[in-house]
Ligand binder design. Structure first.
Ligand SMILES: [Zn+2]
Length: 280
């Protein structure tokens, strides 16, 4: 599933290529992919719009147009945006096609159809059409600190791994980067969030920021069928310490990496580098 670094990579790519482009026409091939309003109004509303900038909040892409309207995109499990410089045959999983006045195209493909696109009328805010946007926690690359983590983890009886995945606490961190950050901060994923000290929270905040920044530099991860806006796979996966490495030797101490399920999500860790404490 695309996480913050993948979405940020897409944002940067789109921000470059969409500047100055205008939408000539929109074809919705799958109504389910449209979150707001309905497919007909979505296509009509976006036709003729001129792109300005592309922002990101958590894993949401927020695309802005000259007249104050907007297009929000959440890729979820398998969504991807492809910027096509020339006409190509329609992909099997094409859900929405944007024809641009320049002759180029922007395709939204989504095998599993969990991804969503929302058209924002100029008078509305993105939060008004996507309520969960307003509930998102801090942006890790802009506002995350150890003392913030310590404050929101306080008294929490849930494993730190599941607290890290809670989008209302931190926006955009998913399974891969939660596992990687916990490894780097030497914290066992089943440690109860409320038992993590301020010193450990400081270390964890630093590692979250560092692992996300590194992944952005490498162009995100290619764990799933994720590609950036030009269709290029990311490279983060090859540098992971624990994610997807069950049974392989820890890159630090050679102990085999283990995998456990925590609140329904698989969690990878090194039992030697990440000693368990304060858990039952
Ligand atoms: Zn280790």
């Amino acid at each position: 599933m695309p996480e913050l670094p993948e979405v940020e990579t897409v944002r940067r790519g789109l921000n470059k290529v969409l500047k100055g482009e205008e939408i000539a026409g929109v074809e919705v091939l799958r109504q389910l992919s449209i979150g707001h309003p309905d497919a007909k109004k979505f296509a009509k509303g976006l036709t003729g719009k001129a792109f300005t900038t592309v922002d990101r909040r958590g894993k949401y892409l927020l695309i802005n147009f000259k007249d104050g309207s907007g297009l929000a995109v959440h890729l979820r499990m398998s969504g991807r945006l492809l910027f096509l410089k020339e006409t190509k045959p329609k992909g099997k999983f094409l859900r929405v096609a944007f024809k641009l006045k320049s002759g180029k195209q922007l395709h939204f493909e989504d095998m599993r159809v969990f991804g969503r696109l929302w058209y924002k009328e100029p008078a509305l805010s993105f939060e008004e059409i996507i309520p969960t946007l307003g509930e998102l926690g801090v942006e890790p690359l802009e506002e995350l600190t150890g003392s913030y983590l310590h404050k929101v983890f306080k008294n929490k009886k849930q494993p730190i791994k599941s607290a890290l995945l809670d989008q209302r606490l931190i926006a955009g961190v998913g399974n891969i980067y939660a596992d990687e950050s916990l490894f780097r901060a030497k914290l066992h994923p089943q440690t109860l969030a409320g038992n993590v000290t301020l010193t450990e929270c400081n270390r964890l905040a630093e590692e979250i920021i560092s692992v996300l920044s590194q992944a952005i530099k490498l162009g995100g991860s290619s764990v799933r069928d994720y590609t950036d806006s030009d269709g290029v796979n990311g490279n983060y996966q090859n540098t992971a310490y624990v994610y997807g490495r069950k049974g392989y030797a820890c890159r630090v101490c050679q102990t085999p990496i283990e995998r456990v399920r925590i609140v329904g999500r698989s969690s990878h860790f090194c039992p030697s580098c990440q000693k368990r404490k304060g858990s039952r």
